[in-house]
Design a protein around this ligand. Structure first.
Ligand SMILES: Nc1nc2c(ncn2[C@@H]2O[C@H](COP(=O)(O)OP(=O)(O)OP(=O)(O)O)[C@@H](O)[C@H]2O)c(=O)[nH]1
Ligand SMILES: [Mg+2]
Ligand SMILES: [Zn+2]
Length: 318
C-alpha cells in the first residue's frame, strides 16, 4: 500500500478499528496511533465516520495508521444517557441528519425528537424527520403522526412519511440523499437500516427483528457505517439509541435552537429571559396563544431543567 494517496475517508468505525476508503476507492483497515484530542470536547471516539484523515503504512503490515484528522466541516455529538455521560461523535461532515421516527413499535417521544433537533441546530446540520412504518399505523396512530407532522412542518422542518416495507415516500428521501452525505439516526428498531436497503437495493445493511413482547429493537446495527448510494451520495447508518443526551451548551442559547422561539425573543421584557417564571415573557405568551406548541415548550423546560447549572434568580433579570 505504499505510494498510494495518503488521504482517506472513514467509512466504518468499530471503536478501536476503522475502515478507510482512499481516493482510489480502496478499502482497508486502520487504527489510531497515540492520542488525538479534539478542541473543547472530550469524546469516546476521536475519529468518526465521515472524517477525512491522513494515514501511513509501514509496508509490512496491511493495516494503516491514522496520523491526522482533517478539519471537520461539522459533526454531531450526543452524550450517552447512562451514568458515564460520555460524549460520542455520531458522524462528521454531514449535510443532512435524518431522524427516523416511529409512532409505535418502537414509540419515539417528542422529547427525543426535540433533543435531536436541538442538537442538529447547535451543530449546524439540517435535520429532517422521517416518519417510518406508515404501513402499520392504526387510525389513532395515523392521526397522532399527522398532528406531529403539522407541528414540525409549521416551524420549518421537512417531514416525510415512509414505509420500508411497502416502499412509500422513498423517492422523497432519495431526493434529499442524492449527491450529499447524510446520516440516519433514531431508536433501535425504527427502521434505519431497512430504509437504507429499500432506498438502494444494491446495499445490504443488516436488519433486525422487533421483540414481540417489548416492541423494542434489537440493536442490530452496532457500529456507524457509511454506504455509497448507487444514484450518488453517501448515507451513514448508525446504531439505535435510547435517549439523545445533549452535550453541554450555554443555556441562553437553547431558545435559539427551538427555532420557532427566535421571533419572540426580542419581545421578552428581560433580555436574558429563560422563559420560565419571568414576567412579561413573549415566549410564554405565544405558548398561551397557541402560536408555539405547548408540547415543544414543555420539552424546552425539561431540557433547560436537566441542566444543573441553570440557576434562576429574580435579581438576574435585566
Ligand atoms: N411494518 C414495517 N416494518 C418495518 C419498516 N421499516 C422497518 N421495519 C421492521 O422493523 C424492524 C427493525 O428494522 P431495522 O431496519 O433493523 O431497524 P434499525 O432502526 O436499523 O435498528 P437498529 O439497527 O437496532 O438501530 C425489522 O423487522 C424491519 O423489517 C416499515 O416501514 N414498516
Ligand atoms: Mg440498523
Ligand atoms: Zn421570555
Amino acid at each position: 500500500m505504499n505510494n498510494k494517496p495518503n488521504r482517506a475517508l472513514v467509512i466504518r468505525s468499530t471503536g478501536s478499528w476503522y475502515i478507510l476508503r482512499n481516493e482510489s476507492g480502496e478499502l482497508f483497515d486502520a487504527r489510531i496511533k497515540g492520542k488525538f484530542r479534539m478542541q473543547g470536547i472530550k469524546t469516546t471516539n476521536p475519529v468518526a465516520v465521515g472524517d477525512w484523515v491522513r494515514y501511513e503504512t509501514d509496508g509490512e503490515d496491511e493495516n494503516a495508521i491514522i496520523t491526522e484528522i482533517e478539519d471537520r466541516k461539522n459533526y454531531i455529538v450526543r452524550k450517552s444517557v447512562n451514568l458515564s455521560k460520555q460524549a460520542h461523535i455520531i458522524a462528521a461532515n454531514v449535510d443532512f441528519a435524518l431522524l427516523v421516527v416511529t409512532i409505535a413499535n418502537p414509540r419515539t417521544s417528542t422529547g427525543f425528537i426535540d433533543r435531536f433537533l436541538v442538537t442538529a441546530e447547535a451543530y449546524h446540520i439540517t435535520p429532517i424527520l422521517v416518519f417510518n412504518k406508515v404501513d402499520i399505523l392504526t387510525e389513532e396512530e395515523r392521526l397522532e403522526m399527522e398532528y406531529l407532522i403539522h407541528v414540525y412542518s409549521e416551524i420549518g422542518y421537512q417531514c416525510i412519511r415512509t414505509s420500508a416495507i411497502v416502499y412509500e415516500g422513498l423517492e422523497e428521501v432519495k431526493a434529499i440523499l442524492k449527491d450529499k452525505t447524510s446520516m440516519f439516526s433514531g431508536h433501535s428498531g425504527a427502521g434505519k437500516s431497512s430504509l437504507i436497503n429499500a432506498i438502494d437495493e444494491t446495499l445490504a445493511a443488516k436488519v433486525g427483528i422487533i421483540s414481540d413482547s417489548t416492541y423494542k429493537g434489537k440493536h442490530t446495527t452496532t457500529f456507524a457505517e457509511m454506504f455509497t448510494l448507487s444514484f450518488g451520495g453517501d448515507i451513514i447508518d448508525t446504531p439505535g439509541i435510547k435517549g439523545f443526551g445533549l452535550v453541554d451548551f450555554d443555556k441562553d442559547d437553547l431558545n435559539h435552537y427551538f427555532i420557532e422561539m427566535r421571533d419572540y425573543l426580542p419581545n421578552c421584557k428581560f433580555n436574558n429571559c429563560l422563559h420560565l417564571e419571568e414576567p412579561k415573557c413573549a415566549v410564554k405568551d405565544a405558548v398561551e396563544e397557541g402560536l408555539i406548541s405547548a408540547e415543544r415548550y414543555k420539552n424546552y423546560v425539561a431540557i433547560i431543567s436537566d441542566d444543573e447549572e441553570v440557576h434562576y434568580r429574580t435579581s438576574d433579570y435585566s
